[in-house]
Write a protein that binds this ligand. Structure first.
Ligand code: GAR
Length: 195
């Protein structure tokens, strides 16, 4: 059975959808959920679903990114994951870390990549006057929010949308997109798909 670890930083709604899909359908096993924030709300949700959790507080490491990542990867390796899913994990990972999981680490990003890597994606889409927005699941490579795209989902931008309105509309699609991308990835299907 494919073993999946998930990294989060906040509420973990995408993590919940991934765990629910795996537990309901049995295509993979959620073995671990971790966070860089011990107070992340998602940790409690993961435990409530019976998934083991850990946290490594990045603030304790100051500028020592290598130390933070060493602690993170020690936890991850202990769980022997076949796939690592970043789900709202808000720390930039170094090339050394990424290399350990390259080809088996996925991320969800709230824009139609290659548009708007980085932060404030919805605000940037609004400021650009885009007619549509969306989200992307991609394989993680050293370059931020780059790497082969597995799938995308699109939503319209509506007149009068705030960044929060758009974020909420995109999040609904994230919750459909990420489980489908993981299902396909676990099955060895790397063909790009759209929802
Ligand atoms: C999601 O919208 C995800 O796409 C985004 O953070 C949110 C996490 O929500 N990720 C990034 O911006 C990564 N750079 P969640 O904790 O409820 O899943």
């Amino acid at each position: 059975m494919t073993r999946v670890a998930i990294l989060i930083s906040g509420g973990g709604s995408n993590m919940v959808k991934l765990v629910e899909a795996m537990q309901a359908e049995g295509f993979a096993s959620p073995v671990l959920v971790g966070s860089n924030d011990p107070m992340a709300k998602g940790l409690e949700k993961a435990r409530a679903m019976g998934v083991e959790t850990f946290s490594v507080d990045h603030r304790g490491f100051g500028k020592d990114r290598a130390g933070f990542e060493a602690a993170l990867s020690a936890h991850l390796h202990e769980a022997r994951p076949d796939v690592v899913c970043l789900a709202g994990f808000m720390r930039v990972l170094t090339p050394d870390f990424v290399r350990q999981f390259q080809g088996r680490m996925l991320n969800i990003h709230p824009s139609l990549l290659p548009k708007y890597p980085g932060l404030h994606t919805h605000q940037r889409a609004l400021e650009a006057g885009d007619a549509e927005a969306g989200c992307t699941v991609h394989e993680v490579i050293a370059e931020l929010d780059a790497g082969p795209m597995l799938g995308q989902a699109r939503v319209p931008v509506l007149a009068g949308d705030s960044a929060d309105d758009l974020a909420a509309r995109v999040l609904v699609q994230e919750h459909r997109l990420y489980p489908e991308a993981l299902r396909r990835f676990v099955a060895g299907n790397r063909h790009f798909f759209s929802l």
